[in-house]
Design a protein around this ligand. Structure first.
Ligand code: IPE
Ligand code: IPE
Ligand code: MG
Length: 242
């Protein structure tokens, strides 16, 4: 039987698929403002862009997709914008959790979610419980997440529980919100900004970085595959000569 040549767009089965991809979903506000609309409309469209990327990640065999949805600094935004973002989170979870579960996606979070509104916390508890048994892929939502806050919470917990043992890299990693997950292999940021904005400062130590000029609501599976292809053409050295 003749095997079919893979289309250049189809990455399924290609080696060196990143195990963990992290995305800074940026540019919703500008996307809306360019269209003469309120920033919150951009957030609404931005949420719609996420599902196809989750599906594509699962199709490509990516194990973990971490998305930056709300930072510890995003509380500085107008209350109305924050309220819309929290409402969109609840809506997204209510609408998408059953399908995510059916596709084998487990939902987890990083960030200090105790500070989120009750409605958001209840939705997250429900979505996590619904998907707890799934093993195909992890969708990791970064909510009220800041890397400095995460590291401080981790060190404080270590001081409380375990300070008699020396703090090694493995030990600290075990106290971070990402405990048990591999470090991201690839970081994607949309909207053409070249900064980390307090995202995964510890875990991104050796991640490859891809900056997309697309604003997040325009970020589609084709652009995602472009990032993965770019990653696959890189030579990771981890400080050695390899
Ligand atoms: C990303 O889009 C979403 C969040 C930070 C919650 P922005 O709201 O930052 O959009 P821009 O960067 O202002 O265009
Ligand atoms: C980072 O984007 C946070 C999220 C995407 C949730 P921001 O728009 O908040 O980052 P800055 O302010 O441009 O650095
Ligand atoms: Mg932004």
């Amino acid at each position: 039987m003749q095997s079919q040549a893979p289309s250049p767009d189809d990455l399924g089965g290609v080696d060196a698929t990143p195990r963990h991809v992290a995305i800074i979903m940026d540019g919703n506000g500008r996307w809306a403002q360019q269209r003469g609309m309120d920033r919150t409309w951009g957030h609404r469209e931005g949420v719609k862009a996420l599902k196809p990327i989750v599906k594509e990640s699962s199709r490509l065999g990516i194990e973990v997709l971490t998305v930056y949805a709300f930072s510890t600094e995003n509380w500085r935004r107008p209350l109305q914008e924050v309220d819309v973002l929290m409402g969109l989170l609840v809506e997204f979870l209510a609408q998408e959790t059953p399908e995510l579960r059916d596709e084998g996606v487990k939902i987890r979070t990083i960030g200090d979610i105790e500070r989120l509104p009750d409605s958001a916390r209840r939705s997250l508890d429900w979505a996590k419980a619904e998907t707890a048994a799934e093993t195909r892929m992890v969708l990791n939502l970064a909510l009220n997440y800041g890397a400095r806050d995460e590291i401080l919470r981790a060190v404080n917990r270590w001081c409380r529980d375990d300070a008699a043992t020396p703090l090694t890299e493995e030990c600290l990693a075990g106290y971070l919100d990402t405990a048990g997950l591999p470090d991201p292999d690839l970081l994607i940021r949309s909207s053409g900004e070249f900064r980390l904005s307090n995202f995964l400062l510890w875990q991104l130590a050796y991640a490859e970085i891809f900056i997309s000029n697309k604003l997040w609501p325009d970020f589609d599976p084709e652009e995602f595959r472009r990032a993965i292809r770019d990653y696959q053409a890189r030579h990771r050295r981890f400080g050695g000569l390899g």
